[in-house]
Design a protein around this ligand. Structure first.
Ligand code: G16
Length: 545
């Protein structure tokens, strides 16, 4: 920037989108910045500046910006940054994002910009390229304007992809950056995304009878139009699917009494549920990066098939395919979970599937990194956010392996198709949905057989408002299972938990809502409820707002 054009631009952009006067304390959290949409415009502008810097630092590789508040209510919104291979922003840079976002006035913003150039050693003559998209929230339009202001001010070339699901944007980032390499990820368009999934699904389902009807609740969010669009790319009889909660014209219904987060946390079917006993249902969340399944058993008993269930189903099936392809001695697999994973799922993975299981902190970025260390890494949060990663070496093995029998060829063909069907950049409700549908069809499983693989421990996820959630700090390397602060609270939780048979409970501050979360499981439903209530009561009494 020899003429100081960008520095001037930052000053101007920050003038146009000033930081709120009440000194909002912005933090780049679990899923980027997230809060009430009207507080977020200045932040969106600074994210434009930061995304441009990130691209310049990486020699002009394309960076993504997604505007969404996912499972949160319609009046919230959020901004997150996607790195060149479609992964979450490198952790080191989160603090830079936080730093620039909190600049109080234009001068501070300009200083922060100049400090970054020095600190990260950015050559301003390098090109910068950013692509962005938003979900269906009405506030997205204004945030896009703010974001674009930050991009334009600092000379960043950008493409607006309009309304997309979060995983579609991740796909486009990776597709853009691999376009001219020996391994292009896919065509660089929304259409290319559908084509890639549709082709892989058709191959994986070749000669296989679909597993019967399925209904998908789209949380009245962006997943609805995108799922419908995708279905146009499938042959008519390949899947019997009904799409419900697809009203994107009325923002007030987004994620309201419906969607994956509602179903998982409330452990109850969404609004509009009309399933008969054992009908198969799935729910996406507001930006279609999470999915959970469920059904009603006889007597209207609600049964959830959450992220743990998808992880175990996928690990089991992929393991079988690897074995049948004749690759068992060459490829290993790990399952990555968080502390929210049901204890029974962990035992099932280790004892029945005999696989290695690792536990990380909440947030896809944490799971993704650990999963990326294995040949095949299956990672899912219990809330339905997850995917499967194949290492480059494993992909090569799978694609070059010479089958020695028709049976090996058949398994290998399915395995190869799954490497394309699975969105390896991030958890993707649509891709995960197709993966589950493929597995159920191959295994001829109904929801009943799927559920029967193991029995969940009774569990409950509660939340509690507190005066300051930043006071709740977990012990490093404990995967958030233990609190270091507030002092003495962990000891008190341990005392409470000790009263309940097979009890387990942990507390952590949410990174996406202004609450602390309380997760518990115990041998009996009644005990579990009481334990979580007791811990919640303790927190409310001592640390409540
Ligand atoms: C986001 C993150 C997830 C996380 C969830 C809840 O999901 O991407 O990894 O599990 O928030 O996080 P927390 O408990 O910190 O609030 P989404 O679907 O809202 O983007």
């Amino acid at each position: 920037d020899p003429d100081g054009k960008y520095e001037q631009g930052v000053l101007q952009a920050s003038n146009d989108y000033p930081c709120p006067k009440d000194g909002a304390d912005f933090v780049y959290g679990t899923a980027g910045f997230r809060m009430k949409a009207d507080k977020l415009t200045s932040v969106a502008m600074t994210v434009g500046i930061l995304a441009g810097l990130r691209s310049r630092k990486l020699h002009g590789q394309t960076i993504g910006v997604m505007i969404t508040a996912s499972h949160n209510p319609a009046e919230d919104n959020g901004v997150k940054i996607v790195d060149p291979q479609g992964e979450m922003l490198e952790q080191e840079w989160e603090k830079y994002a936080t730093y620039i976002a909190n600049a109080k006035d234009p001068q501070e913003a300009q200083n922060a910009y100049m400090w970054m150039i020095k600190e990260v050693r950015i050559d301003q003559k390098k090109p910068a390229s950013v692509i962005f998209a938003r979900d269906t929230r009405p506030s997205g339009e204004e945030l896009v304007r703010a974001l674009k202001t930050g991009l334009d001010a600092t000379g960043v070339t950008s493409i607006d992809y309009g309304i997309l699901t979060t995983p579609q944007l991740h796909y486009l980032v990776k597709a853009t950056n691999t376009k001219d390499t020996s391994h292009p990820y896919g065509e660089v368009s929304e259409e290319g995304y559908y084509k890639k999934l549709a082709t892989a699904f058709a191959t994986a389902m070749d000669n296989i009878k679909p597993a019967g009807a399925v209904t998908v609740d789209c949380a009245n969010g962006v997943g609805a139009p995108k799922l419908k669009e995708f279905l146009k790319h499938l042959p008519a009889d390949s899947i019997n699917i009904r799409v419900v909660n697809d009203n994107i014209s009325d923002p007030s219904v987004l994620n309201n009494d419906c969607g994956a987060d509602h179903v998982k946390t409330q452990q109850r079917a969404p609004a509009g549920f009309d399933g008969k006993a054992y009908d198969r249902w799935a729910s996406f969340d507001g930006d279609a990066d999470r999915i959970v399944y469920y059904f009603q058993a006889e007597g209207s008993i609600f049964r959830l098939l959450d992220g743990d269930r998808i992880a175990t189903l996928a690990a089991n099936f992929l393991g079988e395919l690897v074995q049948k392809s004749g690759l068992a001695d060459k490829i290993t697999m790990t399952v990555v979970q968080t502390a929210y994973a049901n204890g029974s799922s962990t035992r099932y993975i280790e004892q029945s599937l005999k696989l290695k299981c690792e536990c990380t902190s909440t947030g896809v970025k944490h799971l993704h990194h650990v999963a990326a260390r294995s040949d095949i890494g299956v990672y899912f949060e219990a809330n339905g956010h997850g995917t499967v990663l194949f290492s480059p070496q494993t992909l090569k093995r799978i694609h070059t392996h010479q089958p020695e029998s028709p049976a090996q060829l058949e398994a290998l063909t399915t395995l190869r198709a799954l490497t394309d069907l699975i969105n390896q950049t991030v958890g993707d409700a649509l891709s995960d949905f197709l993966l589950v549908e493929t597995i159920l069809a191959h295994k001829e499983y109904t929801v009943r057989e799927w559920l029967a693989t193991y029995t969940d421990m009774p569990n409950k996820l509660g939340k509690q408002r507190v005066a300051n959630r930043a006071d709740f700090v977990t012990v490093p390397d404990s995967a958030e299972r233990k609190l270091a602060r507030p002092e003495g609270l962990q000891e008190r939780i341990d005392e409470i938990v000790a009263k309940y048979k097979d009890g387990r409970c942990f507390v952590r501050a949410s990174g996406t809502e202004d609450v602390v979360r309380i997760y518990g499981e115990a041998g009996e439903v009644f005990d579990c409820e009481n334990m979580v209530r007791e811990v919640g009561g303790e927190i409310e009494r001592r640390f409540g707002p």
